[in-house]
Design a protein around this ligand. Structure first.
Ligand code: IPM
Ligand code: MG
Length: 384
């Protein structure tokens, strides 16, 4: 039994991955400050529809956005540009997770509002392309995925700070099939990557008067990368002595979020990529489901705002696309407005969304019988 050839081939692939990741570390070290949106003469907002229910919910989000910033558009301070071509068909035609011309259009914007995109899965018969989401987060270095969940009547006020460019996602499409029987994936942690997400989480906790940050990993098993994530976050925590830090394993955290006696105690959750992905879907369920939750993907030079959920191909296949919930994308619009310095307008939209969710004159069920996406957006607009 001699696997020398396979081992050498795998080592060559691994070597290439290491080079890429070290290159990324150098870029992070040299990276400057956050873009100052208020000093820009004009903010370009790119809107991508995406796949499945994406174009339906994004169209409503764009409509609401245009109403909220109509004066800024008229003054030439905001420009909204449609970016076509982030569709599965086009990605397959180019065999790229983000075709070059789409990437160029994205880079010409300051912030992006993005509908969900379909990720082809291995074995689905579609080419095994990297997820457009993941590719965009990496290409624009959107390292912080911030996902708020609020259930005021239960005292739930969580903000999830999910690291967005590392962990299992950094080289998630570059795992190695060493032999027919042995496959290996990799998970990546860098001190720069952990520090920058931790800093945002602790700054947020400080600014909002939350006295607690909970770090969630599986460091009892994934000792090296999760272990480093914790120690790097702890270094940042030391600069915030007024904030209590506690550590949780991801499995027990999924349980504690269901524990009514404990869950309202959590405020800011700080997690590596994959745990953040999983826990944010669970967390959103308490607020009414993933259809109600928006996310900010923040980097130093770009920011992208989206729904936390996927493109819901099942809804489209069953002809229910028109009944998709626009709230996730509308929450994303609110986060975008606040990120570009228009907090007053963000607050108007958030208040309207909260009011409609409580009043329930219209209710989204995802099916005929419930409100349509368009009608629900009208309902929110009435209450802006
Ligand atoms: C999310 C989504 C994506 C992710 C998918 C679509 C690749 O689940 O934004 O949470 O895993 O990050
Ligand atoms: Mg997810």
């Amino acid at each position: 039994m001699n696997y020398e050839t396979q081992i050498n081939e795998a080592c060559e692939k691994f070597r290439a991955l290491l080079k890429d990741q070290l290159c990324r570390v150098e870029k992070m070290k040299a990276d400057g400050d956050f873009k100052d949106y208020e000093s820009l003469p004009k903010i370009r907002i790119g809107v991508c529809g995406g796949d499945g229910i994406g174009p339906i919910i994004s169209a409503e989000a764009e409509r609401v956005l245009k109403i909220l910033v109509a004066d800024r558009i008229a003054e030439g301070k905001i420009e909204i540009v449609r970016i076509e071509g982030l569709t599965l068909e086009n990605r397959i035609a180019h065999m790229q997770p983000i075709p070059d011309d789409v990437m160029e259009a994205l880079r010409s914007c300051d912030v992006i509002l993005k509908g969900p995109t379909t990720t082809p899965q291995k074995g689905s018969g579609m080419p095994n392309l990297e997820s457009a989401n993941v590719a965009m987060r990496k290409a624009l270095d959107l390292f912080a995925n911030i996902r708020p969940v609020r259930v005021p009547e239960e005292g739930i006020e969580w903000t999830i700070f999910r690291e967005n460019t590392e962990g299992g996602y950094a080289v998630g499409s570059s795992g190695i099939n060493v032999t027919e029987d042995l496959a290996i994936d990799f998970t990546v942690t860098t001190s720069q990557g952990s520090e920058r997400i931790a800093r945002l989480a602790y700054d947020y906790a400080r600014k909002n008067g939350y006295g607690r940050v909970s770090i969630v990993t599986k460091a009892n098993v994934i000792k090296t990368t999760d272990g480093n994530f914790i120690s790097d976050c702890r270094k940042v925590a030391a600069e915030y002595p007024e904030i209590q830090t506690d550590e949780w394993y991801a499995d027990i955290m999924t349980a504690k979020l269901i524990d009514k006696k404990r869950r309202a105690d959590f405020k800011v959750l700080l997690l590596p990529n994959l745990y953040g992905d999983i826990i944010s879907d669970e967390a959103a369920e308490f607020q009414g489901g993933v259809g109600t939750a928006g996310a900010a993907n923040i980097g130093k030079h770009y920011a992208m705002f989206e729904a936390i959920h996927g493109s819901a191909p099942r809804m489209i296949a069953e002809g229910r696309g028109a009944y998709a919930d626009p709230c996730s994308m509308l929450r994303a619009v609110a986060m975008m407005l606040s990120h570009i310095g228009l907090s007053d307008r963000a607050d108007r939209l958030t208040a309207a969304l909260d009011f409609c969710a409580k009043e329930k004159k219209l209710v989204i069920t995802g099916r005929p019988g419930g409100a349509s996406c368009r009608a629900y957006a009208d309902y929110v607009i009435e209450h802006l």
